[in-house]
Write a protein that binds this ligand. Sequence first.
Ligand SMILES: [Zn+2]
Length: 498
Amino acid sequence: MTVTTIIGLEVHVQLQTESKIFCGCSAAFNPTHPNVQTCPVCLGLPGSLPVMNRKAFELAVKTALAINCNIAPYTKWDRKQYYYPDLPKGYQISQYDLPFSDDGAVEIELNAETGEKRKVGIIRAHLEEDAGKNMHDESGRGTDSQVDLNRAGTPLLEIVSQPDLRSPAEARHYLEELKLLLTYLKVSDCNMQEGSLRCDANVNLHILQDDGHKIATPIVEVKNLNSFRNVELALEYEVKRQYEEWQKTGRKLGDVPKETRGWDAARGVTFAQRGKEEASDYRYFPDPDLVPVTVSEEFLESIRTTLGEFPADRRKRLIADCGLSAYDARVIVDQGAPFADYFEEVAGLCGDAKQACNWVTQDVLREMNERHLTIDHFPIRAAVLANLLQRIHAKQITTKSAREVFLELLVENPSRRPIASSHIDQIIAEKDLALVTDSGELERAVGDVIGRNPKAVADFKAGKQAAVGALIGQVMKAVKGADPQAVRTMLVEKLSGK
Ligand SMILES: [Zn+2]
């Protein structure tokens, strides 16, 4: 028996506009002051008229172009009727049969080592307005529910994928790649905690039985997944549940209506919510208050010029131009554009991309994570790090000492804020880290150590190369700041009688 998991995702992205999609109210996230970012339009008061936000449409087209969608030359708005307390108009303005874009694709890498990729088809991307937010009293008595309409009317882009994903891990990977692309495009902040990126997942199983019979399990839509981890966990649970349900009941696709389920992250289970509405339940019809949008070739061209470099292209460039491994290129690019910019600046200034890569992906990333900082707030700027790395290159300090300087720069010290390259000199002087280049001093120390250690010398001469290690340590102790490599060379030369 072979079981294939079939997953398609519907991703809702809040576009980063100043104002809402059909009125001038602020679209900023503001949960602390409910219902202050509202007006007759987004409250749905009779007689108010919506006007499309051009910026929202531009950001939507920019995204659709980046995911290789066709852009329709003519698109319109439709009313999707349903009643819910967070939707006072009684309908949501959305796009039904003529979405502004369709038929795209996003490529994800399944395996960094083999380079195996999967092309995930995009059925369509359309624009709509968000609803408000209901807040239910969760104290247990359940008597108090409140509605906040600050979010009502913020612009949402819905991106619907083909059912091309084959595992929960792939679904997560697709979502991560899509999020990265959206942040590179600067069309959304993609803040999942604030609900700027939400996901519904459609999932079922195709089961090929040993007797050659093929069946599909009923499709389930898991709603409102708000983190990568929850997407993966909910899908893993649902794959297992559907298989067990099929074994128990034998129910196949078509035997029951499509089901909508929620995800209870605390209990780690999906739960039945309601039967899924059909499109006809929504009684879609064209919104008579909004004019259709025609898209010219000039408009499209002007948007194309703003696309910039995509994450996948940047990875390729870092591999080709900087000599990075595919793994390192992914680590750097996946941290976001500002981090990749930081790396490129350090690499350019210090002249050694591989060294810059080691420091940025290990030391900088580790300290950022420990201090919960983004790269924009990391106190050692690219120019200062590059300056530090140049000193290793120039043999002024060892790599080990450079790490000491790096950590010392990060110590909270008002006299070293903002951190400048001159502070590197201060620390090298304070900690006596400068490499000793005076070969006279080194030579004296090496001679002393050899004189004091006849046994180690005899061992070395008898062929025990390891004996030199103990001697290096003693010389380093005597001459603080000596370059261990130079000490080793000098010791071996002397011991070999050269
Ligand atoms: Zn408004």
